[in-house]
Design a binder for this molecule. Structure first.
Ligand code: TRP
Length: 336
């Protein structure tokens, strides 16, 4: 079997929260230990620029996310960890792909369509359906395609919401190969079905846009405070409690061993009070995160150490992307 190349992008908007940890960071860090495959992990800062025009926030978020991945043990000796913006070849490939991508196909992108629908819902049928929608947002899937195709990724693990983007990537790559010959590698989507999607403080999906997250690397005191804010029902201590659909239990389970989970389930049946259940949740998460938190705080205080890792990653990435882009330039007829 040919060696697999796995690639994942992380949009650098927002502060990492425990939902990101369980759903994305933890599985990716584990995968980075797999020496039988190549790995590319990058900070999608040009994707973040679509969402945020706050420069200080972008810098902050990039550092927080890079520090979090490093603190949690991403194996950067084996995988290539870099900033998208440090690989200018990605932007050049984006343009080549833009010139092939059918606009009609892009019109059908879910993320774009949802915004158009929101405009129509808000302001009626005579509203401008494209109000507030930038070309960057419209072209988001093509930038993502370039990220993937630039490193000949064979496997791209994503959430359900990104499946369509992978289909678009394959579509545009096929078109390129059809016109210019077999240069691009068609990636396979890997949908991570079994990674948990955590609920947030209010019981809805944990997400920055709902403002209901538990930050990953707050101090222990703040972490405890966040956990105590998780919304529960009005059942009293002593009343048996249901574990199904219970946010405290669900988050506990995402961090616990099978035995620990079984013990908490018994405590629920025995009527543990919500305050005690939350205290157990806090102690569990804190025990998992205490050590990485120290590394995280160190890195945040020494951004030059983060930069050094990312620069080394960019160097490795560009050793591949530069000659490959040259090949592609020849293929399309714009080589010097
Ligand atoms: N669009 C992805 C997200 O929002 C991030 C991303 C950008 C990505 N480029 C990628 C993911 C390439 C996988 C491959 O989560």
């Amino acid at each position: 079997m040919a060696k697999q190349t796995w690639l994942t992008g992380i949009t650098t908007s927002g502060t990492p929260h425990i939902g990101n940890y369980v759903g994305a960071i933890r599985p990716a860090v584990q995968a980075s230990q797999d020496l039988t495959r190549d790995g590319f992990y990058f900070l999608a800062d040009y994707h973040a620029l679509i969402k945020s025009q706050d420069p200080a926030r972008l810098v902050q978020s990039r550092q927080e996310i890079a520090a979090a991945w490093l603190a949690l043990g991403l194996n950067v000796d084996h995988v290539t960890f870099y900033r998208q913006s440090d690989v200018p070849e990605i932007m050049e490939l984006t343009w080549m792909l833009n010139c092939l991508a059918a606009k009609g196909l892009m019109n059908r992108a879910h993320a774009y369509k949802a915004l158009v629908q929101a405009n129509i819902d808000q302001s009626g049928a005579d509203a401008d359906p494209d109000k507030g929608i930038s070309m960057g947002l419209f072209g988001y899937p093509i930038l993502m395609a370039a990220d993937i195709l630039m490193f000949k990724a064979t496997h791209v693990p994503v959430g359900r919401d990104q499946i369509q983007h992978l289909e678009m990537t394959r579509d545009v790559a096929q078109r390129f190969n059809h016109i210019y010959g077999e240069h691009l590698v068609l990636p396979e989507v890997v949908v991570e079905e079994d990674t948990a999607v955590l609920s947030g403080l209010d019981g809805r999906k944990m997400s920055k846009s709902y403002d209901n997250t538990i930050p990953l690397f707050d101090t222990a005191r703040k972490l405890r405070k966040s956990i105590m804010k998780i919304v529960t029902n009005s059942q009293e201590p002593g009343e048996p409690k249901d574990t199904a659909g219970n946010t405290v239990f669900e988050i506990y389970q995402a961090f616990a061993s099978a035995e620990q989970t079984a013990a908490l389930a018994t405590a629920y049946a025995d009527g543990i009070g919500w305050g005690d259940a939350k205290q157990q949740l806090f102690e569990l998460i804190d025990s998992v995160l205490a050590e990485p938190r120290e590394r995280y705080e160190h890195l945040m205080a020494h951004p030059d150490e983060i930069d050094a890792v990312l620069e080394a990653g960019a160097k490795r990435a560009r050793a591949l992307s530069a000659p490959y882009l040259d090949e592609l330039r020849h293929a399309v007829g714009i080589a010097r």
